[in-house]
Design a protein around this ligand. Structure first.
Ligand SMILES: NC(=O)c1ccc[n+]([C@@H]2O[C@H](COP(=O)([O-])OP(=O)(O)OC[C@H]3O[C@@H](n4cnc5c(N)ncnc54)[C@H](O)[C@@H]3O)[C@@H](O)[C@H]2O)c1
Length: 331
């Protein structure tokens, strides 16, 4: 049985990918320090090892104890507003600790590596939809730190024969009654809107209404986490030859903040209070993927990324969370 090491598998995207790997018959070990993840999110059947990815001793012990065929690297600091005010921790986890881990993996001959990068590497795009070879001008340290690690991986692939796939996700989203987005603090639009709808939050901030977009609010490309998980499995099956490959994961369609707000009101049948706020530092105006390369080379198609369906699933999750909060069960 093939075994996959998943970092950040107790987090939002990682836990869904772990569940998918287990469904497909892979053995999974997770390394997660639970700084932002949740034990309850870890799918049954995966083994959780609680330590920081930068802990070389623990990592060496783990990869010496079992044979791993590949690594999915989700663990990261990933909240954009925090990356503007506190870049140090982003360069620590996303670059220094990730590099320390990569060195341990190299020592142990682990050659297949899938990396969670981000659309934030592009910054404010010159053209949309954004192809992978678009210039990279990150406007926050989160995007910069991810770009730095991509570059490290590119050199490692060339020099040490690694087979690397870096996925630049656009807005990962979606949920269901049993799984969903749980960041602390939450900075993502869909969970925030739904928390207002359920009464767990008082209002929704529209950050800027003077962006150069049709309705003045930011445009984003929402991709369901299940479609992200599919891309990971497709990549793993194709990997083997040394090299660095990078793909956008997005739908190629973007939606404005106002549009998402209206759709969330429609899905929940609730009035979602909103206020106009100043632009938030580090936000580009428009992010929309060109997913042509992922479709052509890996045969990927988004199957779950219709925005209304994404919000409906995320609403199931929010309703479950808010009823737990009401009954005093820890969410
Ligand atoms: N959510 C999105 O919209 C989105 C978009 C683009 C890229 N990404 C990338 O996808 C990945 C997963 O994102 P997510 O939304 O699931 O985030 P998340 O915060 O839910 O998950 C990250 C996980 O990594 C763990 N972690 C953080 N630092 C660690 C460390 N030093 N050692 C061990 N574990 C550590 C956290 O405890 C958490 O479980 C990240 O790499 C993120 O940059 C996410």
């Amino acid at each position: 049985m093939e075994r996959v090491l998943v970092t950040g598998g107790a987090g939002y995207v990682g836990s869904v990918c772990v569940a998918r790997l287990l469904d497909r018959g892979y053995a999974v070990d997770i390394v997660d320090d639970l700084s932002a993840g949740h034990v309850e999110a870890v799918p049954a059947g995966a083994e959780l090892h609680k330590f920081e990815i930068g802990n070389r001793e623990e990592m060496s012990r783990l990869v010496s104890s079992k044979k791993f065929d590949s690594v999915f690297h989700f663990a990261a600091k990933a909240l954009v507003p925090e990356s503007v005010t506190n870049p140090a921790i982003f360069f620590d986890v996303n670059v220094a600790q990730s590099l320390a881990m990569l060195e341990v993996l190299r020592d142990h001959g682990i050659r297949k590596f899938v990396f969670s990068s981000t659309a934030a590497v592009y910054g404010n795009p010159d053209t949309v939809p954004i192809p992978e070879d678009h210039p990279k001008n990150p406007v926050n340290s989160y995007g910069e730190s991810k770009l730095m690690f991509e570059q490290i991986l590119r050199w490692y692939a060339r020099a040490y024969g690694l087979s690397v796939v870096a996925f630049r996700y656009f807005n990962a989203s979606g949920g269901a009654a049993t799984w969903g987005e749980r960041h602390e603090p939450e900075t993502h639009i869909i969970p925030i809107l739904l928390q207002v709808a359920s009464g767990r939050r008082t209002q929704f901030d529209i950050y800027g209404s003077d962006w150069p977009t049709p309705d003045g609010t930011c445009l984003r490309d929402y991709v369901h986490v299940s479609d992200i998980a599919d891309a990971h499995i497709l990549a793993m099956k194709k990997m083997g030859t040394p090299g660095f490959n990078v793909y956008n994961i997005g739908t190629g369609k973007s939606h404005s903040v106002r549009e998402v707000w209206q759709l969330a009101s429609e899905v929940t049948q609730k009035k979602i209070a909103a206020r106009q706020s100043p632009r938030r530092a580090g936000d580009p105006a428009i992010l929309c993927a060109d997913p042509a390369r992922l479709k052509a080379e890996l045969g990927w198609e988004p199957k779950h990324s219709d925005l209304k369906g994404i919000i409906q699933g995320a609403w199931e999750w929010e309703k479950a969370q808010s009823s737990k909060a009401e009954t005093g069960v820890s969410a």
